[in-house]
Ligand binder design. Structure first.
Ligand code: G6P
Length: 482
């Protein structure tokens, strides 16, 4: 176990999340190199000022490179300089692989994620037997390891921001170790209504809620998710959290940074490649997701097939660009879902490709993660599809209009009413019931039938709303509240 740092280098601000801001890989030359990840939290950090040692980010070692780096570094702390402007340090926790697998794949992603996104097909699943018992014990150990590392790293009275469902037990555990700290917990997911949340075993349900209520501030992306959490507290614990405890902080895009990134040369290169594949004078429907059950990619592609069947006039005049990047491939459900997406994509190509339109590809699917190519597609979007079954926020819905309008275009947004972003963007979008494939096809037809001039006002409004809550202020507001 790493030794605690001396009090002079303890941190005044701490973050904790399963996936950290850096990952390490061993290159062919044998050298361990660090790559900085994207995401709102990393950019949010730039709003904190302070000297080195001020900020420590505690996260899991996820790759073999991470484990090696973590095991080598004295005290478990890595990279005090270089990757972050502010000189934040990262502390990676290399847990026993079995404990980590139980906690991350078993509880966090196969249980809590499924509950919060309403993903279970309840006649057979979930079923909480002895295996779950063991996974839950590992989940407690995983949360305890985070709480202990944070307790070691934190200066007297420090502020600690704990992220997401993986770490829902950590606030209470940390509070017990260090009553002096100011603790916030932030859920980036939706929150299930009480009838669905109560699928969890009673003890686990109560532990999740009590765990989060160990924080001074329990924060959500929208009022809807915060209220669902309060309803669950009332049902399971018999009490609602107070207004000071329960907070809402919407999260948007760092629009200037995104526009700058989208104007880079590698994006222009990808755009040329995509334009060549799409061909001239065709409208472009864009979607970009992790290949994630809650993103509802299959129903979205089905809706596109219904559109081409019922409105053959669009054949040859529209191309659907759908990027579905690998995610959580350790889980069988995700591998099956990936296969289902690829199967349907093939069926659509076979059904609609025709020798009469030899240069028309109805659907262009890519599955290798490539952010520059995503941005190239954003620049070309006439219609964006964001149709999740449920989503905490969904930043793609905010990013596409920002990039499309900066590129001089205008895109319409089809947005699920079950995405957190709908609370902010709904007024300027086509609202979708994500289960209604026919209605989604009808919305595609309506959006494609608009002229660019008709789309322009909504797109400009969407771009403005999408950049309204940048990560810097999201982060600073939470720090202030703590
Ligand atoms: C969601 C969660 C994040 C998570 C991300 C990717 O956005 O809210 O906490 O990092 O999915 O999932 P992964 O399992 O790859 O970390």
């Amino acid at each position: 176990s790493p030794t605690a740092p001396p009090s002079s280098v303890r941190a005044g601000v701490l973050l904790a999340s399963n996936r950290g801001p850096v990952s390490f890989t061993r290159g062919e030359d044998g050298h361990l190199s660090a790559k900085r990840g994207g995401g709102g939290l990393v950019s949010g950090l730039s709003s904190i000022s302070g000297g080195p040692g001020e900020i420590v980010w505690v996260c899991s070692a996820l790759s073999d490179g991470d484990r090696e780096a973590a095991e080598r570094s004295p005290g478990g702390r890595l990279d005090r300089s270089g990757l972050f402007d502010q000189g934040a340090a990262v502390r990676m926790l290399a847990l026993d692989p079995k404990v980590f697998d139980d906690a991350y794949n078993g509880v966090a992603n196969s249980t809590l994620w499924f509950i919060q996104h309403l993903l279970y097909a309840t006649p057979t699943n979930p079923s909480f037997g002895p295996e779950f018992q063991r996974q839950w014990t590992s989940f407690e150990a995983y949360n305890r390891a985070f709480a202990e590392a944070l307790a070691e790293e934190a200066a007297e009275g420090a502020k600690v921001l704990i992220q997401d469902y993986h770490l829902c037990l950590a606030p209470r555990l940390l509070r017990d170790l260090r009553p002096d700290l100011r603790i916030g917990h932030f859920s980036h997911t939706p929150w299930a209504p009480p009838d669905y949340f109560s699928l969890l075993p009673d003890k686990a349900a109560a532990e999740v809620l009590e765990g989060m209520l160990g924080a001074d501030r329990v924060c959500f992306l929208t009022r809807r998710w915060a209220e669902a959490f309060a309803d669950c507290c009332e049902r399971v614990l018999g009490r609602r959290p107070g207004a000071h405890t329960l907070r809402v902080h919407g999260l948007g895009v760092d629009a200037p940074a995104l526009r700058k990134r989208a104007a880079a040369a590698d994006v222009a290169e990808r755009e040329q490649e995509l334009r060549a594949a799409i061909g001239p004078n065709r409208q472009v429907i864009v979607r970009v997701d992790r290949t994630e059950l809650s993103k509802n990619i299959v129903r979205g592609l089905e809706a596109y097939a219904v559109l081409l069947r019922e409105h053959p006039e669009w054949r040859g005049r529209v191309v659907h660009v759908a990027f579905a990047y690998p995610s959580r491939t350790d889980l069988a459900e995700y591998r099956d879902y990936t296969a289902a997406v690829q199967r349907l994509a093939k069926e659509i190509e076979e059904e609609f490709s025709t020798p009469e339109l030899p240069d028309w590809r109805p659907l262009i699917v890519h599955v290798e993660d490539d952010f520059a190519r995503s941005l190239a597609a954003y620049r070309m979007a006439d219609v964006a599809v964001v149709n999740p079954i449920r989503d905490g926020m969904n930043l793609v819905a905010k990013e596409i209009p920002i990039v499309a309008s900066a590129a001089g275009g205008a895109c319409a947004l089809l947005l699920s009413r079950e995405a957190g972003a709908h609370a902010e963007l709904g007024e300027a979008s086509f609202t979708l019931n994500p289960y209604d494939v026919n209605a989604t096809a009808a919305a595609l037809h309506a959006a494609l039938s608009q002229s660019p001039a008709e789309r322009a006002a909504d797109c400009a409004r969407l771009a403005e709303l999408g950049g309204a809550l940048p990560p810097q202020s999201w982060f600073a507001d939470q720090m202030d509240e703590l």
